[in-house]
Design a protein around this ligand. Structure first.
Ligand SMILES: *Cc1c(COP(=O)(O)O)cnc(C)c1O
Length: 366
């Protein structure tokens, strides 16, 4: 596969250097060498999450970390903000874990209005709020900072799914006072799938102690002391830790703020491309998410009646570029471009050129 050709929304392209870092004998996770690697990984992850707290590393997918956070959420009723498929997943997890949960639905492509959230938290007592930072199913980006302050005022813990955010979209865990943030390796971090991450405030952990049925493997309380000792509680995917170490070294040299800016530039390039293509080809494509609340890591583009998403995606694939289909009910009428991880505007421009050509071919006749 040529570098700069894979733009799936659910799986980042992984660089050759990171792939190579995994090709070696595993080492014991109780060895001195592992402790040294994990210490450097901790420093890199803390920079990335903008936190002084330890960042827990689990061998799990993003959903595992969402479940870990819900299971540790302070006792009481949870308010789940649903503006897409991953917001909905929090509701399913809460039900499966037998937690009391109310949902606040926002139209697909939209983001929650912070004042509405404030109102909901004033009308009823909630112990926790779940929120998706970058909703990968719609391409919407929620205002985590404002909602974090509102949740704090109401005494509710804020749990944020930043699976497709961390590493691409700005999120400052400590400065914004977010109680719990979860993420995973295979999206904006540009790693293979298999590692989950979580940060929890000291207050969140303290309240978690009173919660029953936290389980064992992903109980966040079990990660704290090992993390402080530069370990994981159980045997990790050591190969992926090697990959993480390599990738974090790259992120350190790029700089976290520069990484956010690179992703912002890709979001802007998507917006320019959509408006230029609409006027240039006369095809009514649009961006699903509202202007001003769009994710820097994933864009969902709506197609006009007459252009089938699956045909477009396979024509783009024939030109050497991978893009994703829409999610769930949006499958037939949208496509998704994941511009995350190590991608640059130049690489994205190559992909958009291929989509333009494929669209030109499929243009509905007038
Ligand atoms: C991909 C994704 C998940 C789920 O991650 P898995 O690793 O497949 O469990 C959760 N939330 C968001 C926003 C995602 O993009």
């Amino acid at each position: 596969m040529r570098r700069g050709t894979s733009f799936y929304p659910n799986l980042a392209e992984v660089s050759e250097e990171v792939l190579q870092a995994m090709v070696r004998q595993p080492i014991s996770h109780r060895s001195v060498e592992f402790h040294e690697i994990f210490a450097s990984v901790q420093a890199g992850l803390q920079q990335l999450f903008c936190t002084a707290r330890p960042v827990y590393v689990a061998t799990a997918s993003g959903t595992g970390m969402m479940e870990a956070a819900v299971r540790c959420a302070p006792q009481g009723r949870i308010l789940s903000i649903v503006n897409g498929a991953f917001g909905e997943r929090f509701v399913k997890i809460a039900h499966a874990c037998e937690r009391d949960v109310d949902r606040h639905d926002v139209e697909p492509g939209g983001v929650p209005d912070p004042e509405e959230v404030r109102d909901l938290l004033q009308r009823k007592a909630y112990s926790a709020v779940t929120l998706v930072h970058s909703e990968t199913s719609t391409g919407a980006l929620s205002d985590v900072e404002t909602i974090s302050h509102i949740a704090r005022d109401a005494g509710a813990a804020l749990i944020v799914d930043s699976v497709s955010g961390i590493g691409g979209a700005q999120l400052e865990v400590d400065a914004w006072g977010v109680d719990c943030v979860v993420s995973a390796s295979q999206k904006a971090l540009g790693l293979p799938p298999g590692l989950g991450f979580a940060v929890a405030s000291a207050a969140f952990l303290r309240r978690a102690r009173d919660v029953k049925d936290r389980g064992f493997y992903l109980d966040l309380l079990n990660f704290e002391q090992p993390a402080l000792n530069n370990e994981t509680p159980t045997t990790p995917s050591v190969a992926l830790i090697f990959a993480l170490e390599r990738q974090l070294a790259g992120i350190r040299s790029e700089g976290v703020a520069a990484r956010w800016a690179r992703h912002e530039a890709m979001r802007a390039a998507m917006e320019d491309w959509v408006s230029n293509t609409r006027s240039g080809l006369g095809i009514e494509i649009d961006i699903l998410a509202k202007a001003g609340a769009r994710s820097p890591t994933v864009t969902v583009v709506t197609l006009p009646y007459g252009i089938a998403a699956e045909v477009l995606i396979s024509n783009v694939a024939a030109r050497g570029y991978a893009i994703g289909s829409g999610y769930g009910t949006l499958r037939g009428t949208t496509f998704r471009v994941g511009h995350m991880g190590d991608h640059t505007v130049t690489e994205l421009t190559g992909c958009l050129g291929a989509i333009t050509d494929a669209l030109g071919e499929l243009r509905p006749m007038h």
